[in-house]
Ligand binder design. Structure first.
Ligand code: FES
Ligand code: FES
Length: 137
């Protein structure tokens, strides 16, 4: 492949995003905006009684790096337990994508923040203090 600023993996996830869309009966929804560029990412999760992410989907209005980061994030959290999902950092997403150009790192941060926001929503729906998410980080 031609050597552009993006890895083959980024291009693949940008051209063929995984898990794009929404989940109607999601019980964890997180929406975040990126102040650096005004883009928006919305993440939906369906978490079962065992605390496992059964399904996850995203909608992102943003650049290619943001779409690739969202897509990779969904692959990394699907089938995982909430506790493991909480440990997912934007660095891990970038690593799984074989890197992002430095100017595009903030796009992957949006994915980490969307996950956090969705888990806060999940805990508040369960009647728990959403701050638990910050404490578990
Ligand atoms: Fe808006 Fe990257 S600056 S998509
Ligand atoms: Fe806006 Fe990437 S999300 S520049």
């Amino acid at each position: 492949m031609a050597k552009g600023p993006y890895s083959d993996k980024v291009m693949d996830h940008f051209m063929n995003p995984r898990n794009m869309g929404e989940i109607e009966d999601a019980n964890a929804i997180g929406e975040v905006g990126n102040p650096a560029c005004g883009d928006v990412m919305k993440l939906y999760m369906k978490i079962n009684d065992e605390g496992v992410v059964e399904d996850v989907k995203f909608k992102t209005f943003g650049c290619g790096a943001a779409i690739a980061s969202s897509s990779m994030a969904t692959e990394l959290i699907k089938g995982r337990k909430v506790e493991e999902v909480l440990e997912l950092t934007n660095e891990a997403i970038v690593e799984a994508l074989d890197g992002l150009p430095p100017a595009k790192i903030h796009c992957s941060v949006m994915a980490e923040e969307a996950i956090e926001a969705a888990l806060k929503d999940y805990y508040s729906r369960m009647g728990k203090d959403p701050k638990i998410v910050d404490e578990m980080k």
